[in-house]
Ligand binder design. Structure first.
Ligand code: SF4
Length: 462
């Protein structure tokens, strides 16, 4: 089979329409960044008549927005797309248009085209803004399209304005990574670190506030490595960007994710003291508590340096919600190394953490290491780590029992009359209330603590 490579950027356009005439189903895998990208894709396709459906069997267009982090990610994509294509075709009696985007698309684009003839479009995380153009090209030229370029910043200029719902929104300020941790595919699939200009970020924040947003979560693979320029072409670091964002009138809460310890500057730490709009929540991945393993992972910092950051943050905000990522069973991890990781969890007392058993990613340096840890040992260690994380999380959440917290209401839950929002510490809070409160900050008195959330009652003002 002939596989066409990289599209030429000739002008293929879909006609714009006023009302939805097609259905699109976007299945998103993986990280927060992918969830955000999927929402942007929906917004991008809406003016061309595409309405989102949760039922992939009724979709004219199916987009798999993939993630390459998990084990056997590409096999999962092949199996999903085969199954979805077949069921959709059975119901609709015609072929759906199938597109594969995200990090598996980026890493395996040509292989996908060779192995899955039902896929007509493949693109990566930096080229999804051209999706309407790819669709037009497939429809008009009956050709398959692959675009896995890594253009700098083009995407941000091309995407339409966000349409936020519920008072909170993500705001991408940085993408890509230059750190090359030994286990990670991100530098290969998302490309080198790039930062959006500060004026674009500030403008987007103002636009979001004008649409009712009170809280932004700044997104980036290495968000605190931000180094965009302002309107005078002066480079700003991350702390300065937050200071400028805090001046946006009407913006009440600022969060960010994901950070690297090596980019956690003294100025950033100090902002938790001086900037009330910066919420007391910090996702700071450490991966392992052992210096030996941190070095093998190419993390470029020690556990002492990491704990020093945590200590300084807690001096400023003893209640700060620390969050992290852990990998257990990295090649060469001994029982002692693992105990060092448990010791870090016990000492920090995380409010939340993502933890995984190591599995090799093709093309990364760690995949070639010969001292892989036995699968059974990895499983046991993961179970122990997760049990400790959960116990510490419950301990962390219990400090809020009986307190009244300002909760930004985000959504209704499945239960009738129930709302869910987030406390300043990013803890989900459930309570009864009218859905008119969505997008507002209300005071909620905490009456029950659960491992992953809090339950409360709205406090009425006399
Ligand atoms: S810093 Fe994060 S994104 Fe970059 S290589 Fe390491 S784990 Fe991957």
């Amino acid at each position: 089979m002939t596989v066409q490579v990289q599209i030429q950027h000739d002008n293929f356009e879909l006609p714009k329409v006023d009302n939805p005439i097609y259905k699109v189903h976007i299945k998103s895998y993986g990280c927060q960044m992918n969830v955000y990208d999927a929402v942007r894709m929906q917004e991008l396709l809406a003016p061309f008549g595409y309405e989102h459906t949760d039922e992939y069997t009724e979709a004219d267009l199916i987009v798999l927005n993939t993630c390459h982090i998990r084990e056997k990610a590409d096999e999962k994509v092949f199996s999903d797309l085969g199954r979805m294509f077949k069921s959709n075709r059975k119901v609709r009696k015609k072929d759906p248009l199938i597109a594969v985007g995200g990090c598996v698309g980026q890493a395996q684009g040509k292989r996908i085209m060779q192995r899955a003839p039902q896929v007509k479009i493949v693109f990566g995380p930096q080229t999804y803004h051209r999706l309407p153009e790819y669709i037009a090209k497939v429809q008009r030229k009956q050709k398959r399209v692959v675009n896995i370029d890594l253009p700098k910043l083009e995407k941000f200029d091309a995407l339409p304005a966000q349409k936020p719902q519920g008072g909170t929104a993500f705001l991408t300020i940085q993408e890509g990574c230059d750190k090359f941790c030994a286990f990670c595919v991100v530098p290969y699939t998302r490309g080198a670190e790039i930062s959006r200009p500060a004026k674009d970020v500030l403008k987007e924040a103002q636009d979001l506030v004008a649409q009712g947003v009170k809280e932004v979560t700044l997104l980036g693979q290495n968000v605190n490595a931000y180094h965009g320029v302002d309107a005078n072409n002066v480079e700003l670091d991350f702390a300065e960007l937050i200071r400028r964002l805090a001046q946006v009138e009407g913006l009440e809460r600022i969060r960010f994710t994901t950070s690297h310890p090596n980019n956690t500057t003294a100025e950033l730490i100090d902002l938790f003291r001086t900037e009330p709009k910066l919420m007391p929540y910090f996702h700071l991945p450490v991966q392992s508590g052992s210096n030996r393993i941190l070095q093998a992972m190419n993390r470029n910092h020690t556990i002492e340096e990491y704990m020093d950051i945590v200590r300084k943050l807690k001096e400023i905000r003893p209640d700060i919600a620390m969050s992290s990522d852990f990998i257990v069973g990295f090649p060469g991890e001994t029982e002692e190394d693992f105990e060092d990781t448990l010791a870090v969890v016990a000492e920090v007392g995380y409010h939340s953490a993502y933890s995984f058993a190591y599995s090799p990613r093709p093309g990364t340096p760690a995949a070639a290491l010969t001292n892989q840890v036995d699968e059974v040992v990895k499983k046991e260690r993961l179970a122990m780590l997760q049990a400790l994380i959960t116990a510490k999380q419950e301990e962390y959440n219990s400090q809020f029992m009986g307190q009244t917290l300002p909760v930004l209401v985000e959504t209704e839950t499945k239960e009738e009359g129930q709302l869910r929002g987030r406390s300043p510490h990013n803890v989900p809070v459930n309570f009864s209330g009218n859905k008119r409160l969505i997008g507002e900050v209300v005071n909620v008195k905490i009456i029950e603590v659960r491992p992953n959330s809090l339950v409360g009652e709205i406090e009425l003002v006399d």
